[in-house]
Design a protein. Structure first.
Length: 438
């Protein structure tokens, strides 16, 4: 592929060698460039041979010497942009298929792209990866990747993902292992499908791929109220969550002895569901699966501990305030405990578990609460004697402007009966908020 150069960084190796906007890059060291993945891999070395078409139309080969890993200094247009590849599956547990209709289009995008797995940690199924793309993953040393497994039994994986090509996963993972590619794994656990002995079999299969298989995260299936014409699924109960934790404990102990790692990590939701204590910091081994909610509550507490340790004057008086914190049902007991532990003298906190009416009450995580649900929970009884609402920013999209129900934060603040302070989803931010710092 050819890529039009749209800008050149001043003082960069490209600029020093006379490259200009309007030139076209055709290849590097004789290799064609499909996208940003190829480009970044190929420019990492100190000696580059660029095949170019100058803006005058002249073809040219240019030798550039630079420091290893030094950016070349080129910018490109749409040809280099990574447009997400869409998912070829129709998983029985797919959350997007359970979304209410009429929301913004971006909420319905199903991406399944190994390139975004490499760059952003997105989980991918590998069902849309051809042999040629597997060759490129290996050639570009795309490691670590994040793989959605769900089940290693071929027939079950095909059934769960409604894709007859989904059963070759273990062959692909073995090929990645043999090539030195490492990966983290994810299992969405669905009662009646891939729990119980099936789950233990899957974990054993993945363990056989260690150390290429680095960790496995288990998350409970999320079910909304919008499941018309979808496969029948049941949510985890407190008893089911406790049973899962107990059933994998011997496997985890075996892994600690044989591999030096717990290897299989349940998400916080399992502990919240059955009321068990979140494990200590060391158990999470650096929190490699934090984006799956594995150790999120423990890390929040650690961050608050650090915030207090590094506070120049943690005992300094603060104005008396009565805060209300709106949060998901599952996290509410833990947030209440943390506020009791870290709130300064003179500050009281009421933690309000908000029931999810938008998606259904089986959805209990904070990040899936909507503006409308939070406003509905701000009844006169719930806000009585409260001075301000501390609102976790995880309820909003990355730009911090919209809730999942498309309500803007500005509209929310206008309709809220309490002044609103947006708090980022980390312990330092919550520690500061409890002290009146913004």
């Amino acid at each position: 592929m050819e890529h039009l150069i749209t800008a050149v960084e001043p003082g960069s190796p490209a600029a020093r060698n006379g490259l200009e906007a309007g030139d076209t890059l055709c290849a590097i060291n004789g290799e064609t460039i499909v996208d940003e993945i190829d480009y970044q891999a190929l420019i990492a070395s100190s000696r580059l041979t660029l095949q170019l078409i100058r803006k005058s139309g002249k073809q040219e080969e240019l030798l550039i010497r630079k420091q290893d890993w030094e950016p070349l200094g080129l910018h490109f247009g749409q040809s280099m942009t990574l447009s997400p590849r869409t998912c070829h599956n129709k998983c029985v547990f797919c959350f997007i298929d359970q979304m209410p209709k009429g929301l913004r289009d971006t909420l319905y995008v199903k991406d399944d792209d190994w390139r975004y797995s490499l760059m952003m940690g997105n989980f991918v199924t590998l069902t849309n990866v051809s042999d040629e793309e597997m060759d490129r993953i290996i050639k570009r040393k795309a490691s670590p990747l994040y793989i959605s497994v769900h089940a290693t039994d071929p027939a079950l994986r095909c059934r769960m993902m409604n894709n007859r090509f989904a059963g070759s996963l273990m062959d692909k993972l073995r090929r990645l292992k043999d090539a030195g590619i490492r990966f983290h794994c994810q299992i969405v656990v669905c009662p009646g499908y891939n729990d119980g002995q099936v789950l233990l079999n899957t974990l054993q299969d993945l363990r056989s791929l260690a150390p290429a298989a680095m960790t496995v995260a288990m998350v409970p299936v999320g079910l909304t109220k919008c499941r018309e014409d979808l496969a029948p699924l049941t949510p985890f109960t407190a008893e089911g969550a406790a049973e899962l934790l107990d059933s994998i404990a011997p496997f985890q102990e075996e892994c600690r002895k044989a591999l030096g790692t717990t290897f299989a990590f349940p998400s916080d939701e399992f502990y919240c569901l059955c009321g068990r204590t979140i494990p200590d910091e060391d158990w999470y081994e650096g929190f490699p699966q934090i984006e799956n909610g594995v150790g999120l509550l423990r890390r929040l507490e650690m961050e608050m501990e650090d915030a207090r340790f590094f506070d120049d004057d943690p005992t300094s008086p603060v104005p008396h305030r009565n805060y209300l914190i709106a949060t998901g049902v599952s996290a509410a007991p833990h947030i209440k405990r943390l506020c009791k532990r870290f709130a300064p003298e003179g500050v009281s906190v009421r933690v309000l578990p908000v029931r999810n009416r938008f998606f259904g009450e089986t959805v209990t995580v904070t990040g899936l609460l909507t503006g409308g649900d939070v406003l509905e929970a701000l009844t006169p009884e719930n806000i009585q004697n409260c001075d301000a609402l501390l609102l976790c920013a995880v309820m909003l999209r990355h730009e911090r402007d919209l809730f999942l129900d498309d309500m803007s934060i500005d509209e929310f603040c206008k309709r809220s009966p309490l002044p609103v302070q947006l708090v980022e989803n980390d312990g330092q931010a919550l520690y500061d908020a409890l002290r009146g710092r913004e």
